[in-house]
Design a binder for this molecule. Sequence first.
Ligand code: NAP
Length: 308
Amino acid sequence: MTRIDLAIVGVGKIARDQHLPSIAGNPSFRLVAAVSRNAGVENVANYDTLAEFLTAGADVPALSLCVPPAVRFQMAWDALRAGKHVLLEKPPGATLSEVETLSALAAERGLTIYATWHSRHATGVEPARDWIASRQIKQLRIVWKEDVRRWHPGQAWIWTAGNVGVFDPGINALSILTRIMPHGIHIASADLEFPENCETPIAARLQFADPMGGDISAEFDWRHEGRQTWDITVVTDDGTLVLSDGGAKMAVDGATVVQGENREYDAIYARFADLLATGKSDVDIAPLRHVADAFMIGRRHITKPFYE
Ligand code: NAP
């Protein structure tokens, strides 16, 4: 099999923890370049800026953008204009319009653009979707509570406008929600808590309107120091489903149905290879739209300053 040469842009936590191992383990890809302001990757060509790579790496057909969302648009735009297929980390952009502009450019140029949602590849998500499909949802509760100091140490960008704050993990829950829901729902009200020294929220509570009558809500909190919680509980007319550990485990009425190790990024690169082979794109903005709606409709509460 001919491997697809690939570059990685932004060598931070997620690039090191997930992208590099998954690329190395996928026979469809060969990592040949990295773009980083501060770091490097061994045994590949390293560039300080995307512009340098786009000039020198004209024969590399694809790249993965692992930078924060607020700086991703211009990089994706420049890469597509240079003829590269583009994989976007989540969230795919700082605004909905950015993502639509990129999608249109990719379509115009006949290139693949892939807006990834890694949590959708967690083991329990597809079984949960199948289980819910034939039942009526009475209540769905998302509880995504984690300690930002533990998971995002030193990442000052998360507190700046365009980088969505607690929605950075929260959008993972919304990506699962928009996959497992059998019909459309929308945010009816939201409460967002902004530390007085930050531009993005540290906590959010969302209440959804469900035309089928379900009581659907989400609670995101980055100040949580106890047991870290990434759970979705779905009460239906025929049993209660719990997706826990970010979707890795699914249980029904207390009994585990599926539980798997984290292979989310392996699935992302398998999907990217498939999209490249078939000349398709995959851009679903539904999770980002809920975040945009929360910012649009949400009540803002100023809370005590946050210091890491
Ligand atoms: P990170 O550790 O801060 O890495 C981001 C990298 O982007 C930086 O190391 C930097 O790489 C590059 N960069 C370029 N311009 C930047 C700028 N203006 N400000 C900050 N960094 C800039 O962040 P991360 O956790 O890897 O997150 C990156 C993206 O992956 C985010 O969209 C996040 O939502 C997503 N993600 C993260 C996780 C996670 O667990 N951390 C999980 C899933 C998805 P260079 O120094 O190499 O230029």
